[in-house]
Each structure stands twice: as C-alpha cells, then as structure tokens.
Design a protein around this ligand. Structure first.
Ligand SMILES: [Zn+2]
Ligand SMILES: [Zn+2]
Length: 676
C-alpha cells in the first residue's frame, strides 16, 4: 500500500512532533494525541485502515497521519461533506429517507428517497444550510452499535435497514469508491456517527445521526468553504431498475475555496471545448436517430479534417515501412474463434447474422484478416518485419449509456497496423512503433505524454491466454522499451488484452486532461492460433511475433480529442477552411477572387465572403468560424498589390504583397505550424 518509513523509536510520542510520519504505539493513544498539532492531518491510518482522529488506538499498532492533501484524506473530507448534505436535506424535509453517500471523483453524492426531485433552487438553499452546519463546528462522534440497536434506531430509514441486513462486508477500505454501500456498513462492526453540537459542554446535543463505517473529519468546521452542490439526478437504489428510484445529489468538495474555484473553472473550460458543441457550431458532424447511437455522419467540413488526418497518417505509415492493405467490414464468425476474440469479446461485438447457412459478424478488429494476408503465401525471414496497415472500420457494441459524441462510438475507423517480426526483432520493432506514434502525436500539437504498461491479472488466468514465460518475456520487452523513451511509465496491472501485454500513450491536452491515445500490443497468441510461420535462415519453420499498433487509436475519437484540445481553432494544416477572403467593399470583389485563385492553385482551402453583410459582420463571422487566416483587401491593398492579414487573436498585419502572403500561408500549412 502506501510507503511506510521506518518507525521512529517507540514511546517517543510527542503531541507537538510534526516531523513524525509513521509510528508504532506502545500505549493506548489517539490520533489527536499523536498529530493533533497538525491542522492538515484529518484521519490516521491504523495498520492500513483509516480511523477517526479521536478513536482510541491500543498499543502495538502502526499509525500514520493522513493529510487532506492525499487521496485518502481528500475522500474523508468529501464523505464528511456528504453527511452535512444529508443533515441539511433532512432539516428541510424530515421525511426524506437516506440512501448512501460515498465520496467520488472530485466530490461526493448522497441518495435520497423524496417525493419530488430537487430543483436548482433547492440545491442553492441546501448549499446555504450546509454552510451553516459547517460553520457551527459539529463534532462527528463514533458509536459502536449492535445490529438490534441499529435496527431500533433506524426504524424509519428503510434503506439503511436493508444495508444492515447486508453487513458482513470484507472491511476492505479500498472498496469505498467502487461500492458506495461499503461506506455505510463495510467495517468490522456496525457504527453510527452522531453529529454533536457544543460537544463537551453541558448543553451538548446530538443534532443528527447516520449509520456509517466512517471515518470522518473530527469536526464539520474542517470541511471549510470549498464545497458546492452541483446537480441532482435520478438513480435506482443499489443500481438496479427493480428497486425504487431515488434522487442523487452531487457535490464537489476541496480543501480550499481557491481549489473549488479552480475546479469550477476547469469544468467551464471543458464545457466550452466540448467537441459535440463545437462540432455542431462548426458544421463538422452529426448523429441521427435514423442511423443509430454512436454512428457519426461527417459533414463536408468534418470530412476535410478526417481526410487530412487520414492522408497524413497513411503517408507516414508508408514512410515507416508499412504496406497499405484493405479488408471488408464483415466476416464469417469462425475467423474470430480462430483469433480467440470469440468468446472473450462476444459481448462487445454486434450480434451475428445468418447468411446462406453461415454466421457472419460485423468486424470488431482487423487482426484476423491481416493474419490471413500474412498466411496467403510462404514467408521468408528476409521479408520480416512485414508490416500491414489499413483504415479498419470496426463496429463495437457500447452500451447506449456510455456512447458519447465522437470519443465513445459504435462505428469507428482504426489506423490499425500489424508488424510480423522474428522474436529477435520484436524489441526494436516495439521501439520503432513507439517513436513513430509519439512523432505522430507531436505533429498534432500533443507533446505532454506518459506511458501506461498494461499487464496480465495473475489472479484471473482464465481471462488471458499463453504461458507464464511468454507473458513475462513480452512484458519485459515492453517495459524496457518504455523506459528507454525517458517518459514516465505507469503500471496498469490487469489491463492487458487476453493475447498479450500492451503499452499505451497517455497524452495531456491543452487544459491538462489526459486522454489514452495509441497502443502497442505484443501478441504471441494469434500467430499460434492462425498457424503463422516463416522460413528462418537455417531453413526451419518458425512462428513470428505479431505486434498490434494504432497511432491515433481511432480517427473518430482522435478528432474528438483534437477538437477539444484546439477548442475548434485548428492549426492551418488541419483547418477545414484555411483562408477566408473578405473584400472591404464590392468594388474589390474581383481582386479578392484573383487572390483566391492563386491560393487555390497552391492547394489552399479558401472561402470568399462576397455576401451583402457589412464588413464588420464578415470579420466577426470569420472569427466565429475560427479560420486561421482572414485576408482583407481594400483600396490601399489593391493599389499596392497587397492584402491585409487578420489573425484569430484579433491582431492585424497590413499591406503584405500578395505573392508573400501566398507563400506564408503555403509554408504554414506545409510545416504543420501550430501557430496558425
Ligand atoms: Zn460517513
Ligand atoms: Zn490487431
């Protein structure tokens, strides 16, 4: 789990000691005694389990402070905020029944059974009440109860009663985020947490209680002012449509108000860049009920971007030694049994079709057909590496709930390649593919990467084919090549495909979000299944290693990522319209047409605005369309044989000779300049 530095000498327990990380208790103590002087410590980790600060810790346990700055501490802050939300809801509506309230990414939620869903005004009012509860500084007090006591106390909370019945969980603290129920009853004993007003004073009073395994912050005041409710949505109790529909209120919570503000700004920026919105505004693509979920139609302008991406990546593959091949969208399903994809992937494939007594499937991966191309005639070691590449259109069944814009679709086009190599060539081919992929991404303006190494889950051997030795050897090759890139290499245990480990490139976009890009997968299994072989130098027949790789991943998803990365303001080489020509008045229409013809002759994508709109409106339109270069021509320009540049940032450069302007634009496109 976490790094535990060697414990300091026992009994050296000094409440003011802020330097101590882990310690082993020699007498009964509490987190407050150990770390009370440190404001950033919110709970303690006792033998790996999170405990409240004021809970008594017997002797002989390893204790570490957990700060709000680390994931576990932040989750405790967020979960404590969920309690405050539930208290606020029951203050407004005592009939509201409580579901569960776990921490989630960036925040928390709590489920309620209420007669009417929450409105945005309700959430605002609840925000205010939460603020008051937080300021009040209620103490969270832990109380162990028997099952009978809990049942008596929670007689009016049917959902909590149901959870008591489920108790007997593993007590696995890590499960909290995957399974919200664990938050309430996952511990070794049943506990109720009381929110106490004026704790320690004569007037102290329990104002609210909740069945919960804990832990929590010691005091609501420590939640601070970085909390905000975000939205509410319907959610079935325990995720099953057979159960009642509850109302889930989502909130976000951060250690400080500034961090909350930064989070809200990130959300607004992501919303501004949403590729679905920009795609509609810029007339790039659309989705239609008549076609089906997750099946995009590209409009002419989106088609330009798609074609430029395809032309680029096809040319690059040819330069890197790949042969461009083509395969159909549909195939008999026996092929996918040979490859091993069936039955492993059957639930992500479209259902089978019957035709002339055979079963067919829409293609979900291209590898099996590339294997048949390899096997279509005898192969010699002299031909290796043999590299095949195509735009493989594949269809995958994604649940309608997860289909999203271009980034999660059901019909996609992979820039898919397979390299067939001798085992000795495998390391250098993996390196070749990784370097190639990174250089592709850099041309698209992505240059902040890390690598992820996905390996087999050793506890689920039936999910993976191949021997332990094969897996170990392949994993070692990927790991070594990954390290050689100098990029950070993050482990993803259990994330491999069934046929071999993979390395994927994770790229950060303009606003710091990470997207999984291309992958390199090592495969020793499909060559076996297809009986692939080549004649080695000594005349023996050997089995090649197959390396799967996609640089973009899919054209559709990569385009979605690029739209968000550039916020629609594509560099000139990718922009659907590279130059917009705007005459200052009708008198200059012919002059502008001539400039347009010169640009078109050099392959530049131009649009003329000869509409009746006023000049100012035309400029605003060009800016809205995010065209990289707007060229303006007025009287002075015409006299000088020049044009004026207007750039996307609103700056202008006047009187550029037409020939120079053309060269500048052609160069920006050819160099794939990120500046324009
Ligand atoms: Zn709790
Ligand atoms: Zn493949």
């Amino acid at each position: 789990m976490s790094d535990v530095v060697s414990p300091p000498s026992p009994a050296a327990i000094n409440p003011a000691d802020t330097g101590t990380e882990a310690t082993t208790t020699t007498a009964t103590t509490t987190g407050v005694e150990l770390y009370g002087a440190r404001r950033d410590v919110v709970v303690v980790r006792v033998d790996g389990e999170l405990w409240d600060l004021d809970r008594e810790i017997p002797a002989g346990h390893k204790v570490e402070p957990v700060t709000v700055g680390e994931p576990d501490g932040l989750a405790v802050l967020r979960h404590s905020a969920a309690h405050v939300l539930a208290q606020a809801v029951q203050q407004v509506n005592p009939d509201a029944k409580l579901g569960i309230g776990p921490p989630v990414t960036d925040g928390f939620y709590y489920d309620f059974d209420v007669e009417t869903p929450f409105t945005p005004e309700d959430l605002k009012a609840l925000d205010k009440i939460m603020g008051r509860i937080i300021k009040e500084g209620q103490t969270f007090r832990r109380r162990v109860v028997t099952e009978d006591e809990a049942r008596a106390e929670l007689a009016n909370e049917p959902y909590k009663l149901e959870l008591i019945g489920l108790k007997g969980g593993s007590g696995d603290a890590d499960g909290a985020e995957d399974n919200g129920e664990n938050v309430e009853v996952g511990g070794a004993e049943l506990t109720i947490y009381d929110n106490v007003r004026g704790a320690g004073r004569e007037t102290e009073a329990v104002v609210w209680s909740d069945l919960c395994r804990g832990p929590h912050l010691p005091n609501t005041r420590l939640i601070g002012n970085g909390v905000q409710l975000m939205r509410s949505a319907a959610a079935y109790w325990r995720g099953s449509e057979k159960n009642p529909m509850l109302q889930r209120v989502y909130g976000t919570a951060w250690p400080t108000k500034d961090e909350l503000k930064a989070h809200l700004e990130r959300l607004a920026e992501a919303e501004r860049r949403d590729h679905r919105r920009i795609g509609a505004e810029m007339d790039l693509f659309s989705f239609h009920d008549e076609v089906g979920s997750g099946l995009p139609l590209f409009h002419p302008k989106g088609g330009v971007i798609k074609r430029v991406m395809e032309d680029y990546v096809r040319q690059r593959h040819i330069e890197e030694g790949f042969s461009y091949v083509g395969t159909p969208h549909i195939t008999k399903d026996g092929l996918f049994h040979t490859s091993g994809h069936l039955p492993y992937y059957s639930d992500t494939m479209f259902p089978e079709m019957d035709l002339e007594g055979s079963k067919y499937r829409l293609k979900a991966m291209n590898c099996p057909m590339h294997n048949l191309i390899f096997a279509s005639r005898g192969r010699s070691y002299r031909e290796l590496p043999l590299r095949l590449f195509e735009f493989g259109s594949v269809y995958r069944y994604e649940k309608s709930g997860v289909v999203q814009g271009l980034t999660r679709v059901r019909g996609l086009t992979q820039d898919d390649s397979h390299s067939y190599v001798t085992p000795e060539q495998a390391p250098s081919e993996v390196k070749h593919l990784l370097d190639f992929m990174l250089s592709v991404l850099r041309d698209f303006g992505l240059d902040d990467f890390y690598l992820e190494l996905s390996t087999r889950d050793d506890s689920k051997p039936d999910k993976f084919v191949g021997s332990d030795e094969d897996w170990a050897a392949a994993t070692k090759i990927l790991e070594e090549v990954g390290r050689e890139t100098g990029l950070e290499l993050v482990a993803d245990p259990g994330g491999a495909a069934f046929y071999g480990p993979k390395i994927s490139v994770q790229a950060k976009d303009a606003i710091g979000r990470t997207w999984q890009m291309g992958t390199v997968q090592y495969d020793f299994n499909q060559p076996k299944g297809f009986g692939l072989e080549y004649t080695a130098a000594d005349g023996t027949r050997q089995q090649p290693v197959m390396i799967h790789s996609a640089k973009f991943g899919s054209i559709e998803r990569f385009m979605g990522v690029l739209i968000e990365h550039y916020a629609g303001a594509f560099p000139a080489w990718l922009a659907p319209v590279q130059v917009k020509l705007v005459p200052v008045a009708e008198a200059f229409d012919d002059y502008v047409k001539d400039v347009a013809a010169q640009l078109t002759a050099r392959g530049v994508r131009v649009e003329l605005d000869l509409s009746d709109d006023r000049f100012g409106k035309k400029i605003r339109n060009a800016s809205k369309e995010k065209v990289p270069f707007t060229l303006i021509a007025g009287g002075e320009d015409v006299e000088a044989g020049a044009v004026s540049f207007r750039f996307r940032d609103g700056t202008q450069e006047n009187g550029v000779p037409v020939a120079d302007a053309v060269e500048r634009i052609v160069a920006a496109v050819a160099e794939r300049s990120q500046q324009a």
